[in-house]
Design a protein. Structure first.
Length: 471
């Protein structure tokens, strides 16, 4: 086996230039995602441990879109016309100056292939001392795949549409992964002819040419799960289910409890700390990160959201939010982009928070909308508190000080500042700033006396002798 991290004489090519017509999609097949990762990138991930001298991705259909999702270590090469897999490899070879080495060819629509299998394929090729080695598998249902026949060092592959009835009964199939001697594949590609119904140059024909010159062999796949190539939406769903299960298994082995794996969806890029419990119906996506000792779900949907240690998020949605350690969210809360909850903050039932910082220990308990706001520490917003942040032209900010308290159904008409320890009566409509430590209520809210709020800071008393202000 090839040791991971050891430089090699391997030059890798991922074929990702086709349309994928059977997907019935306006998007190139390799752009379809599995657990949040474009299909083509799974092939690249599998190749990396072999440490190739170079890694090329042949792009063609929607080339700019495909190039945009490729990682930095994958070099795109353009196949201007989609003239078949043989032509795609020819284009890639033009970017390789070396004359000696192994060319590893991997299909971009095989997201389940493992680094171990690729390493075994290369080692089989080296030990056999042949010109070409192809990965094959014997499947109970070979439909849609090229059939493989091997005889005295010649490997012949027939595409299903070109196969005879007898050939279609063969269960040994081509998985589209090859190891070639560089010199042999260069020579064979120069001899290819488009003698098929599609008028294309088939890489499989090059395999037969090499076999007649310097022998070709097969290598049988050990784990048939890896043989799930994606040609249509049903294949895509099957492959995603397998990848999803692998992701869940990895998290559970790392100390995460997943109560119901069948109803839990965690994308490949998500990070979760140990002793966190994930309840059923939860979706964790994108760059979401979950700390340790958290409880997530049931029915939580978090995208690009960071959750601190010991937080609780149930029946809620997060989009680009930050949830502090020990915070409590839900049920049925919506945290929109720009939301930052401090330590032990609370956003309760049926609340929406957007582009707002909620200070440590502050509470937005229920039925409130808070947008474009800054809430200090230890504040409490009563049920139905609304920050009216949009005046029809601009978004304006609301500032709520430390220890402030708003009564139920309070409307804060931004831009407005509520001072530290201020207290707003139920149903108030606040159109002007409320000084620290004052009680105000009414429509519009008027300051009437000092706040009864016991959470007011001692420094608030400095304003006690100042004239009261009307809102």
């Amino acid at each position: 086996m090839i040791e991971q991290g050891t430089p090699s004489d391997i030059f890798a090519v991922v074929l990702a230039g086709g349309k994928g017509t059977r997907m019935k999609s306006n998007r190139a097949k390799v752009l379809h995602t599995l657990c949040g990762v474009p299909m083509v990138n799974y092939a690249i991930q599998a190749i990396r441990p072999l440490v190739p001298e170079s890694l090329f991705v042949v792009v063609g259909h929607q080339s700019e879109l495909v190039e945009a999702v490729l990682p930095d270590d994958a070099q795109p090469v353009l196949q201007k016309e989609q003239l078949g897999t043989g032509d795609a490899v020819r284009v890639a070879l033009e970017a390789i100056e070396e004359e000696e080495g192994i060319l590893l060819v991997v299909n971009g629509d095989g997201p389940l292939i493992s680094p171990g299998t690729l390493g075994e394929l290369v080692e089989r090729h080296r030990s056999a001392g042949v010109g070409a080695t192809v990965l094959v598998a014997e499947l109970p249902d070979p439909s849609g795949l090229g059939r493989v026949a091997e005889d005295a060092g010649v490997v012949r592959i027939v595409e299903e549409r070109e196969a005879t009835e007898a050939e279609r009964r063969i269960n040994l199939v081509n998985l589209g992964l090859y190891a070639f001697d560089l010199a042999e594949i260069r020579d064979a590609l120069g001899r290819l002819e488009a003698n098929n119904s599609q008028g294309e140059l088939y890489l499989t024909d090059a395999l037969e040419i090499i076999g007649r010159r310097s022998r070709a062999v097969t290598y049988r796949l050990k784990n048939l799960e890896e043989a799930n190539l994606v040609n249509d939406r049903a294949h895509l769903a099957r492959a995603e289910e397998i990848i999803r299960r692998r992701i869940l298994d990895e998290h559970m082995r790392a100390g995460v409890t997943v109560r119901d794996p069948a109803s839990t969806h965690i994308e490949a890029t998500v990070e979760i700390g140990r002793d966190t419990v994930i309840f059923p119906g939860t979706f964790l996506r994108g760059e979401t990160s979950i700390g340790s000792d958290c409880v997530i779900g049931p029915s939580a949907d978090l995208l690009d959201t960071a959750v601190g240690d010991g937080a609780l998020v149930e029946h809620s949605v997060g989009r680009g939010a930050e949830i502090g350690a020990g915070a409590n969210v839900g049920p049925y809360a919506y945290l929109r982009p720009g939301t930052v909850l401090g330590k032990k903050a609370k956003v309760g039932a049926y609340c929406e928070v957007k582009n707002t910082r909620v200070g440590d220990g502050s509470k937005v308990p229920h039925l409130s909308y808070v947008g474009d706001a800054e809430i200090g520490e230890g504040a409490n917003l009563g049920a139905g508190t609304i920050t009216a942040n949009y005046d029809g032209v601009n978004k304006n900010r609301t500032v709520i000080g430390d220890g402030a308290f708003t009564g139920v159904n309070t409307n804060l008409i931004a831009p407005v500042t509520i001072g530290d320890g201020a207290y707003l009566g139920a149903g108030s409509v606040v159109t002007h700033d409320i000084p620290p430590g004052k009680l105000a209520f009414g429509m519009p809210a008027r300051v009437i006396r000092d706040s009864p709020n016991k959470k007011a800071k001692s420094s608030i008393g400095k304003d006690a002798d100042k004239p009261e202000m009307e809102g």
